[in-house]
Structures are given as structure tokens and as C-alpha cells.
Design a protein around this ligand. Structure first.
Ligand code: DGL
Length: 273
């Protein structure tokens, strides 16, 4: 039986998964986190399934060396391509960001028209549509890749005319189709939620998979008796960050979205795992 006080392993292709880590911190303040961002090999969104799966396996092996009690695949592209294969390779409870978002969208829609925005890989995989149709076979799911959103967010252009303009172009087709629910199917998109929301209009429900994943993770841990009931004090080494490159850039971005000062991110050679 795993130790309840062990950390949760969270990984992403880089910085974006911090939106998921942030939700875990908010919803489960007693939990410790070991975060890995694959900053040397980002982006995953335009890579093949084979490559993303190979990278994800290496990260899973690294996180296992950190004695984690569960693994969160905080990257939509890795969840789309690699989660199902990896789940069968470990005893650890594992959760990705796709299914929790898909479940909530299937419940939220009234007219059955759901949009999904994400990386090219996530949209190409068709995974959101697959999960939604398992729950609601009548649903019409329309995917739209938005590859420029990731660099715009990483440049800090969260509220900027350039981002507005690009978003209008990406989202116009979804508006024309008349979707009533939109999944923010990429780690970075919750950070431009207000831009997307104002273009889509108030009638469209935005689903944030980061939030839904943390909620479902809590249930999963509770169900397995793994929720940490002992109070964790901040500064007790409770949040540890590892990256494969560019630790300073990671730290700067992390401190802009997470309220606890992130003192360090350690660079490791992920190819060794
Ligand atoms: N983390 C990725 C995702 O959620 C976005 C960045 C990338 O392409 O690696 O799909």
C-alpha cells in the first residue's frame, strides 16, 4: 500500500501543466507535488504518437523514482496519445486531463454541439470526440487545432489585440456551427479563458479540463484511501519542480501563475530514464 503522504507526480511537455498543478494545489492543499516539465523537448502538440508515448514513458519512469503515489498526465497531447498504453504498465493510479473534461462537456451541452480546441495532435487523435460519444452518441463534436495559442501564452500575451485577432479566426467556425459548449483542450488555454469567453459569448459554456482533472483526482485518491489527511506546511519541500532544460524560464513562468514562490527547478537528463 502506498504512503498517503507521498507526493503526486504531475507531468507536462513544459510549462502549461502548471495550470493543472495549480488546480491540485487549490483543491487539495495537503498534497505534495513533484512536477516534471519536458522543457527540452516541448512542444508535444506537433509530434507523432510514437514520439510522445516514448517521452511520456521516460517521464513516468522518472516520477516512479520520486516515489509518487499517483501520476497525473497534465498534458492534453500526452493524455490523448500515451495514457491508455501507460496505464497498463504501472500499478500506480493514473489520470489524464482528457476524460474529465470530456465527461463534463457531455453533461453540460444542451444542443449536443460541442467544440474542442487543442494542439494538432490532440485534435488529430479524435480522443475528446471518442469519450464524449461514449456518453452521448448523438453529440456532434467539432475539433479545431489552435497551434498559435501556446506561443502566445508563453510570450505572456494573455490579453492582447494579437491574441484577440488570432482567437477570432480560430473560433469563427465554431461560432458558425452554433456550439453551446467549448472544451479548452490544451494546458495553456485556461490562461486565455477570458479572451476565448468574450469571443464565444456568454451562452457558450467553457470547460476547463485542468479544474475537472483535479476534482476527479481527489475522488480517485479518496476512493483508494490515498488522500493525504495530514496538514502539509508550505516550504516543507512540498512542491518540487524538475525540467529537462531552461530552468530559469520555467521558474519565471511558474511564478507568474502560481502564488507560492517557486524557489527552484532542477534540470535532469530525462533521456536517462
Ligand atoms: N501541453 C500541451 C498540451 O496540453 C501543449 C504544449 C505542447 O504542444 O507541448 O497539449
Amino acid at each position: 500500500m502506498k504512503d498517503k503522504s507521498a507526493p503526486i507526480g504531475v507531468f507536462d511537455s513544459g510549462l502549461g501543466g502548471l495550470t493543472v498543478a495549480r488546480e491540485i494545489m487549490r483543491q487539495m492543499p495537503n498534497e505534495k507535488i513533484v512536477y516534471f516539465g519536458d522543457t527540452a523537448r516541448v512542444p508535444y502538440g506537433n509530434k507523432s504518437k510514437e514520439t510522445v508515448t516514448r517521452f511520456s514513458r521516460q517521464i513516468m519512469r522518472f516520477l516512479q523514482t520520486q516515489e509518487v503515489k499517483a501520476i497525473v498526465v497534465a498534458c492534453n497531447t500526452a493524455s490523448a496519445y500515451a495514457l491508455e498504453e501507460m496505464e497498463s504498465e504501472t500499478e500506480l493510479p493514473m489520470i489524464g486531463v482528457v476524460k474529465p473534461g470530456a465527461v463534463v462537456a457531455a453533461e453540460a451541452t444542451a444542443n449536443g454541439k460541442i467544440g474542442v480546441i487543442g494542439t494538432e495532435g490532440t485534435i488529430r487523435s479524435g480522443i475528446y470526440s471518442r469519450y464524449i460519444k461514449e456518453l452521448n452518441p448523438e453529440a456532434e463534436v467539432v475539433g479545431r487545432a489552435c497551434p498559435l495559442f501556446v506561443p502566445l501564452v508563453e510570450e505572456g500575451l494573455w490579453q492582447d489585440p494579437v491574441t484577440d485577432e488570432i482567437a477570432k479566426r480560430y473560433l469563427s467556425e465554431l461560432i458558425d456551427i452554433g456550439i453551446d459548449t467549448l472544451i479548452l483542450g490544451c494546458t495553456h488555454y485556461p490562461l486565455i479563458r477570458s479572451t476565448v469567453g468574450s469571443i464565444m459569448g456568454q451562452e457558450v459554456t467553457l470547460v476547463n479540463p485542468a479544474y475537472e482533472t483535479a476534482k476527479e483526482l481527489k475522488e480517485l485518491l479518496k476512493g483508494q484511501g490515498l488522500l493525504n489527511d495530514a496538514k502539509t506546511r508550505l516550504g516543507d519541500n512540498c512542491y518540487r519542480f524538475f525540467v529537462s532544460d531552461a530552468a530559469e524560464k520555467f521558474k519565471g513562468f511558474a511564478n507568474s501563475i502560481i502564488k507560492y514562490g517557486i524557489l527552484s527547478a532542477k534540470v535532469i537528463n530525462i533521456e536517462e530514464y
